[in-house]
Write a protein that binds this ligand. Structure first.
Ligand code: DOR
Length: 430
């Protein structure tokens, strides 16, 4: 039975300007009505699952536009099945998956493989993001038209920057023809060379080679100039520095077609975590200073940063539990993001509606995918959140195959209760 009645939920749908306590009726998996105090006949009620929401939030199914699903090729870290199970447990009804798989998603065949696998095994929507350059080698562009036609929603060489400025220019020009988004992993490899963490007093103290903010800022500046030159749609991935925030803010003011995302670890943690020498805190770009974290929060608050994505980057114990220098970069995030987003609401950085927009309508608009709002008459995709519940994050209970979670053991508030994807229960906590 796919009939649900959610009583007295706080319905937050930023795309439609809704933030009110209301009842939500779903019939045959379709959203029929959102209204305060819906009147429903007794005969009907027998056929409906009733949920007393008591102020719990009902939001459009969340979308994470930056996820590494690792399939094909590194299924020991994550698969399309396990990664999407982690997604729905974290409240996400859709994920965009990065192309640094093995093989790289640089052909229509790999994109189609991902979509076919997702059709068979995924717990939520999967939107493939294809590579900008063949094999992520930064030399030859991939076939954007074919990739678009086979279902890719954007292109990126994420995990690596496109160092060749001419190739990036051509990518932005070529992407325009197919209305593809170009996602920039902004890192100047020469400046970052050999770096293991943020460059600053803590890297000096630890004697670890640092990555300066300028490694990110220089490439953000370059890519903004190229977006301005070409008119191509540019999206800056995983913003971590004050400089990037400033550059994107100024570019937006000038009307450059640029958007940006950050991840919970950049607005929550700083490079002081590295004092533990624990490689769970090793990530690229690296955790930055407290000033950078503050700027990222300001960027979220004033709308410079449109999206909160997780950059869910699963790695096995083999790659993480080793000497810091040799450990892989990356953190999982799908099952810990929501309470950290809610922390921003509790400490007044964002109001509830703005926070929800950064995980629903903003990423769906940027990617151009049909999610992000509660559409009456359509198969319903929504997330139910209990914003009040206190608990300790325990990555041992996660659906993800990997355990590289920097928030393990953290006291948090707010949890996903239910994720509905296209009218069906994809995740239920009870
Ligand atoms: O830390 C990171 N890990 N940063 C990236 O850009 C890639 C990711 C990965 O694929 O592991």
């Amino acid at each position: 039975m796919q009939n649900f009645l959610f009583r007295r939920g706080r319905v937050i749908d930023p795309a439609r300007g809704i933030d009110q306590v209301a009842d939500v009726l779903v019939v045959d998996g379709r959203l029929m009505d959102i209204q305060p105090d819906l009147k429903i006949g007794m005969d009907w009620l027998a056929n409906v699952h009733q949920f007393d929401m008591d102020g719990k939030w009902i939001v459009p199914g969340m979308l994470d536009m930056h996820v590494h699903l690792r399939e094909p090729g590194e299924e020991y870290k994550e698969t399309i099945a396990s990664g999407t199970r982690a997604a729905v447990a974290g409240g996400y009804a859709g994920v965009a998956c990065m192309p640094n798989t093995k093989p790289v998603n640089d052909t229509a065949a790999v994109t189609q493989f991902i979509l076919e696998k997702a059709r068979q095994e995924a717990a939520c929507h999967v939107f493939p993001v294809a590579a900008i350059s063949r094999g992520l080698q930064g030399e030859h562009l991939t076939e954007f038209g074919e990739l678009r036609e086979s279902g890719a929603v954007a292109v990126t060489d994420d995990g690596r920057p496109v160092m060749n400025s001419l190739l990036m220019r051509r990518a932005l020009e070529y992407a325009r023809i197919f209305d593809l988004l170009v996602i920039s992993h902004a890192e100047d490899l020469a400046l970052a060379e050999g770096g293991l963490m943020n460059e600053g007093p803590i890297s000096t103290l630890l004697g670890l080679r640092g990555i300066p903010n300028a490694a990110e800022d220089a490439m953000v500046a370059r890519d903004i100039l190229l977006a301005e030159l070409t008119g191509g749609r540019l999206h800056i991935a995983h913003v971590s520095t004050a400089g990037s925030v400033r550059l994107v803010r100024d570019a937006k003011k000038r009307g450059v077609p640029v958007t940006a995302e950050t991840a919970p670890h950049y607005f929550t943690l700083t490079d002081s975590e590295l004092l533990s020498f624990d490689a769970v805190f090793k990530v690229n770009p690296p955790l930055r200073s407290a000033e950078d974290r503050e700027s990222v929060r300001e960027g979220l608050a004033d709308g410079t940063i449109d999206v909160i994505a997780t950059d869910h980057a699963p790695h096995s114990l083999l790659e993480k539990d080793t000497e810091f220098e040799y450990a892989a970069s990356g953190m999982i995030g799908l099952e810990s993001a929501l309470p950290l987003v809610l922390e921003l609401v509790r400490c007044g950085v964002l109001d509830a509606s703005k926070a929800i927009s950064k995980v629903t309508c903003n990423p769906s608009k940027i990617l151009g995918v049909p999610m992000g709002t509660l559409n009456p008459g359509k198969a319903v995709t929504l997330t139910v959140i209990d914003p009040k519940v206190d608990y300790i994050l325990d990555c041992k209970s996660f659906e993800s195959k990997s355990r590289n979670c920097p928030f393990h053991g953290r006291q948090v508030q707010g949890r996903v209760e239910l994720t509905l994807v296209e009218g069906k229960i994809a995740y239920s906590r009870s």
